[in-house]
Ligand binder design. Structure first.
Ligand code: SF4
Length: 245
């Protein structure tokens, strides 16, 4: 299917119709079809973003098996767990790939001096904006599409996730090939393929982000993103907000 960024930005009615058609088509297909369509359409102007969660492991493996060589990146806030950095190294070795580190130039010392020593406590939205949202915007500014591991079952705010969306904040097409997958399906796949994953998942962390904003939770917690920004109403860092309706 021919498809360009202009078609999504020039005429709202046309854009909605186009996205509806694609999402109907992908609702009957599977993640590979979304990835292959994305590669056919955008080539290496399409990138995969991962925080090294289970969905990311699934997608990195699918890209590798399909022979789709596109840039893969992660947002390095300088506040990630050692286990997360360790998993990055493991994935690079296993799949013989290099994962791009996307980061702010603002060091943690500079942030402390300019804002607050623990900005993540005082104003987590500002902290996420400086350390995640802005670096992502800069990185995607010359890209056409980004693939994410966002799934509907992850949280209430993600329940309307589509396979293909227009991301107005970053002005790129956003592909969520695993939109309809449940956690169980993703983990079954990871186990069946013996894929690497973050060892913190076995220690009570369902979702893993920055150290100051991630906690282990009771194993009975039903929210897949439980343990993130505990004690506050914040549930998202902000990089996916513009496509949540
Ligand atoms: S998750 Fe926490 S520490 Fe990480 S960027 Fe957001 S507020 Fe800052």
């Amino acid at each position: 299917m021919d498809f360009s960024k202009n078609e999504l930005t020039s005429n709202e009615e046309l854009s909605n119709e186009l996205l509806r058609g694609l999402n109907t088509q992908f609702g009957l297909a599977g993640p590979d079809d979304v990835l292959l369509w994305g590669y056919d359409t955008f080539g290496t102007d399409m990138v995969l973003g991962t925080g090294f969660g289970p969905s990311g492991m699934f997608l990195i493996y699918r890209l590798w098996e399909l022979g789709i060589e596109i840039p893969i990146f992660f947002l390095d806030t300088h506040l990630l767990f050692d286990e997360t950095y360790g998993l990055k190294d493991k994935v690079e070795e296993r799949f013989d790939i290099r994962i791009t580190r996307v980061s702010t130039r603002l060091s943690l010392d500079e942030q402390a001096e300019e804002y607050d020593e623990k900005l993540w406590n005082k104003d987590p939205n500002k902290c996420c904006y400086l350390r995640k949202v802005l670096p992502l915007q800069n990185y995607l500014s010359d890209k056409k599409a980004w693939i994410t591991g966002v799934r509907r079952s992850q949280s209430e705010t993600r329940k309307n996730t589509q396979y293909v969306e227009w991301d107005p904040d970053n002005e790129v097409v956003k592909l969520n090939p695993l939109a309809s997958y449940t956690t169980e399906e993703v983990w079954n796949y990871i186990r069946s393929k013996k894929l690497p994953y973050n060892p913190l998942h076995d220690e009570g962390y369902p979702s893993i982000g920055c150290i100051p904003c991630t906690e282990a939770v009771e194993q009975t917690a039903s929210d897949e993103r439980a343990g993130r920004w505990n004690g506050s109403e914040k549930t998202e860092c902000g990089i996916h907000l513009s496509t949540q309706k």
